[in-house]
Design a protein around this ligand. Structure first.
Ligand code: NDP
Ligand code: RET
Length: 322
């Protein structure tokens, strides 16, 4: 095709994608069925991972596979998931809980083998496990910095390599990455976390392009970038009072997971929560650096992690694990 003609076709496609996006906003797609899916959630022992497990259970998935380093919490989630399915009146899914440290590639490949043996191929993968060191770079032991990268970023390589090939082969599946708004913009003192989450966003985008380039349109991807969620992971993170009260209050975990589930089940490629985050990303990319700094100071976003660090220090002094 002549290049000008091709350009015309692409422009029409771009215009059409705007129209479709607007239409979807007004009239969202019906959620797809997960009745025959084998779903795996990492970091399922608590927080968002546990809530994803419960949501999937109530939607009647065929098999629910739960991974976490915390075996006890993971078993608790499994029991809750069975109960949630019963309460919702759906057929109880097969729920399989495995203790797995996703940062250890040997562990991931070993447990993935057990999953394939027990449940078959995974068709919906929620990469959710995550950690935060709770210390700024210069105060943070090297081992904790490495752990952040290993759990939040490197684990995505291993888990994806374990389960994506079967999805590609069948041209059916869904890869979900729970990244963060801190994978799109940053603030002071959480260098390792931001590096890992910016990495997770880059990883997910590249993988999505690769799946498109391979023309495996039956394999969907969803990137989830939430703002602060009240799971306890970032307990103490504070901004200017007016901002956190009226403009950007922390997200409720249940609402956050419900919204993410809706995005997954309607094959939405990206979800930032709340919507204001899209605006923050846009503004950050067009403002000069000094303007960004001034905006951060005004919103109390420049030192919003400092009370969180104090909280982590207090917990460590009380010998509570991070
Ligand atoms: N909370 C927030 O404000 C936000 C969180 N996120 C992201 O959402 C995801 C879930 O966060 P949230 O639920 O709040 O966090 P939680 O700390 O409540 O839960 C994380 C879970 O992941 C598990 N986990 C940690 N390391 C590993 C590992 N190596 N292998 C397997 N499992 C592991 C944890 O186990 P254990 O408890 O034993 O460590 C825990 O059960 C994370 O990726 C986080 O970065 C994104 C935006 C905002
Ligand atoms: C920096 C910044 C903000 C605050 C962001 C915060 C506090 C994000 C916390 C996110 C968390 C905890 C993510 C975990 O994965 C605002 C007010 C949006 C405005 C612009 C810059």
């Amino acid at each position: 095709m002549h290049v000008l003609l091709e350009l015309l076709v692409v422009s029409a496609r771009v215009a059409l994608s705007f129209a479709v996006a607007a239409l979807r906003w007004l009239r969202p797609r019906a959620p797809k069925s997960v009745l025959h899916e084998v779903c795996l959630v990492t970091g399922a022992a608590r927080g968002l991972g546990r809530l994803f497990a419960l949501e999937l259970a109530t939607r009647g998935v065929d098999t629910l596979v739960l991974w976490d380093v915390d075996g006890e919490g993971n078993e608790e989630t499994a029991a809750l998931a069975r109960g949630a399915a019963a309460d919702a009146g759906v057929a109880c899914p097969r729920v399989l809980a495995y203790t797995c440290d996703v940062s250890k590639r040997v562990d991931v490949y070993r447990v993935a083998g057990l999953v394939r043996r027990d449940a078959g191929d995974v068709t919906l993968l929620v990469n959710n496990a995550g950690v935060v060191s709770g210390r700024p770079l210069l105060d943070c032991p090297d081992e904790l910095l490495e752990r952040t990268m290993a759990v939040n970023l490197h684990a995505l390589f291993w888990v994806t390599k374990a389960f994506l090939p079967a999805m590609l082969e069948k041209n059916h599946g869904h890869m979900v990455t729970i990244a963060s708004s801190l994978g799109l913009f940053s603030t002071a003192g959480i260098e390792d976390y931001c590096a890992s989450k910016f990495g997770a966003v880059g990883f997910h985008e590249s993988l999505s392009h690769e799946i498109k380039a391979m023309e495996r349109d039956g394999v969907k991807t969803t990137l989830v970038c939430p703002y602060l969620v009240q799971t306890g992971m970032f307990h103490g993170c504070r901004m200017r009072k007016e901002v956190e009260t009226y403009v950007l209050p922390p997200l409720q975990p249940e609402k956050c997971v419900q919204q993410a589930m809706r995005a997954i089940l309607t094959d939405q490629p990206v979800l930032c929560m709340p919507r204001l985050i899209y605006l923050v990303v846009f503004i950050k990319s067009i403002l000069p650096w000094e303007a960004v700094v001034a905006m951060y100071r005004f919103l109390g976003a420049d030192k919003c992690m400092y009370p969180f660090f104090e909280e982590c220090k207090r917990r460590t002094n009380n010998n509570q694990e991070l």
